[in-house]
Write a protein that binds this ligand. Structure first.
Ligand SMILES: NC(=O)c1ccc[n+]([C@@H]2O[C@H](COP(=O)([O-])OP(=O)(O)OC[C@H]3O[C@@H](n4cnc5c(N)ncnc54)[C@H](O)[C@@H]3O)[C@@H](O)[C@H]2O)c1
Length: 304
């Protein structure tokens, strides 16, 4: 029996790329789909592919950052299938620019689609699950898979809007996991890598034969996190691409410094911190580069 038999899953940005691959993976595991993307023929084509393969899919087009779209997605799931079990937040856009050149519109667009887009769907889905949990007097089946990016770990210099939105999505995932655990909600985030319209310019064309960067390589983890096996997984962040699934650890306290007296003075800070941070020019200290070697196998380089 497929892990998601009969479960109802919403996928945003499902018209192409990772969202389409994730929707197909969910359908392949037995889920019934509500597909969202901006209005256009791409969404219907993905729905048709799912139905042609024997699955069930309806569409609910709309801008994912609109309050009304969040509401409509839950309503569409309930109207079409009588329930909602899974939300995969995936829709996204890029407006890359260095911070000093970025326009107000470029900033707002990216924060709006990614961060507000994740919030709006999560807001309505969790309200639905909380209500169901109260009616049934028990936790319900509820899964959220959010889409972050390694850009937030690295502090991607040409993507301050995107890195900030993706960091915000991790924080939103954790707050959702904590706030909704008692209703049965499991909320996790992925940092995927794949050759799509968003990254094709950067990654270039696919090689002949199987593409290690194919978005289809991300689908199985998303379907698994949406499935029953992930009942004990919440508030986690996974890096996923090629043949790699890695789970990130939380930030750690690197050093704790204590003042000699009740509180720090500038002189004492100078004498203590000033001797620890000596690299000039300094490198950003909070950056995480540990995920980069994981991409060795995906990019066809030697595995490190
Ligand atoms: N491709 C990668 O390597 C990579 C890496 C890290 C994170 N991501 C994230 O994965 C997600 C999917 O990216 P992708 O590579 O498949 O990109 P993509 O451009 O191929 O697909 C994004 C989809 O989102 C849709 N979309 C955009 N704005 C929308 C809106 N307001 N409402 C509804 N749908 C909207 C687009 O129409 C498109 O179908 C994004 O959140 C992206 O940031 C991708």
């Amino acid at each position: 029996m497929a892990g998601l038999d009969g479960r109802v899953a919403v996928v945003t940005g499902a018209g192409q790329g990772l969202g389409a691959a994730e929707a197909l993976a969910l359908a392949g595991s037995g889920a019934r789909l509500v597909l969202n993307d901006l209005p256009g023929p791409a969404l219907d084509e993905v729905a048709e592919r799912i139905r042609a393969a024997g699955g069930e899919a309806v569409t609910c087009a709309g801008d994912v950052a609109e309050w009304s779209t969040g509401e409509a997605l839950v309503r569409r799931a309930v109207d079409a299938y009588g329930n909602l079990d899974v939300v995969v937040n995936n829709a996204g856009v890029l407006r890359d620019r260095m911070i000093f050149s970025m326009s107000e519109h470029e900033w707002d667009t990216v924060i709006r689609v990614h961060l507000r887009g994740h919030f709006v769907t999560t807001r309505f889905a969790t309200a639905f699950w909380r209500e169901q949990s109260k009616i049934k007097n028990r936790p319900v089946y509820a899964r959220i898979v959010n889409t972050s990016s390694e850009a937030f770990l690295l502090g991607s210099a040409g993507q301050p809007n995107y890195a900030a939105a993706k960091g915000g999505i991790v924080a939103l995932t954790l707050a959702t996991a904590r706030g909704c655990e008692r209703y049965g909600v499991r909320a996790n985030a992925i940092c995927p890598r794949a050759r799509t319209a968003m990254t094709g310019g950067l990654m270039g064309p696919a090689p002949a034969g199987p593409d290690p960067m194919a978005p289809e390589r991300v689908g199985p983890l998303v379907a698994w996190l949406a499935g029953p096996s992930a009942a004990c997984i919440t508030g986690e962040v996974f890096v996923v691409h090629g043949d790699v699934v890695a789970v990130l650890g939380p930030p750690t306290v690197r050093h704790a410094f204590h003042a000699r007296g009740d509180q720090w003075t500038a002189d004492e800070l100078d004498a203590t911190l000033g001797t620890v941070f000596t690299q000039d020019p300094p490198l950003p200290g909070f950056v995480c580069e540990e995920t980069l070697p994981l991409a060795g196998s995906t990019f066809g380089e030697e595995r490190q």
